[in-house]
Design a protein around this ligand. Structure first.
Ligand SMILES: [Fe+2]
Length: 213
């Protein structure tokens, strides 16, 4: 097996009552696992592609043989997005760091405005997809992507993500995506978001942009 399911950074029931254990168990153990399995299956006859990272498989999709291109794009995208989704969840998420809060305030006016905009974007997204906080051209932005798409293909660096596929919430919240989003905010790991924000800020491209400003 080339690609593997990353270890969940918490127990299935750790996010109760906001995200329930049964949903987390099925989402991680069945949905996410299936994306990993299907990606490995698609790559099984292509040893040269087995060394590629998920990011390479997504960003260099045109170089992937047409026969497996759709399967690789869909399953690599979903594997990467879910791996990110779990990373930004925690029963003890803390609060945004001062640097992150300053960035959010600069981009959105306040933390509350940011959260309102993110929630609205997630609610308004039609069908399956993802809501993201990204760093794009050196600034924070909120956006949504359809299906398996990751903001990397848009040239943006994700630092927080919410899964708005129905499988992420239907068992507990049925059609009530707004209730799921309200619960999801309660288990966002702000420490991880701050780390990701800081890592993007420290990237060579970002510091060059800062210097040029
Ligand atoms: Fe999902």
């Amino acid at each position: 097996m080339i690609h593997t399911l990353p270890k969940l950074p918490f127990a299935y029931d750790a996010l109760e009552p906001h995200l329930d254990a049964r949903t987390v168990e099925i989402h991680y153990g069945k949905h996410h696992q299936a994306y990993v399995d299907n990606l490995n299956k698609a790559l099984s006859a292509y040893p040269e592609l087995q060394a590629w990272t998920l990011e390479q498989l997504i960003l260099r999709s045109s170089e992937v043989p047409e026969k497996i291109r759709t399967a690789v794009r869909n399953n690599a995208g979903q594997h990467l997005n879910h791996s990110l989704y779990w990373q930004y969840l925690s029963p003890r998420g803390g609060n945004p760091s001062s640097a992150l809060l300053a960035g959010i305030t600069r981009a959105f006016g306040s933390l509350a405005s940011f959260q309102a905009q993110f929630t609205q974007t997630a609610l308004a997204h039609f069908g399956s997809g993802w809501a993201w906080l990204v760093v794009h051209h050196g600034a924070l932005e909120v956006l949504s992507t359809p299906n398996q798409e990751n903001p990397l293909v848009l040239g943006a660096q994700p630092i927080l993500v919410c899964d708005v596929w129905e499988h992420a919430y239907y068992l507990k919240y049925q059609n009530r995506r707004a209730d799921y989003l309200a619960a999801w905010w309660k288990v966002v790991d702000w420490n991880r978001v701050a780390e990701a924000f800081s890592a993007v800020g420290d990237a060579p491209g970002a510091s060059r942009r800062k210097r040029d400003e």
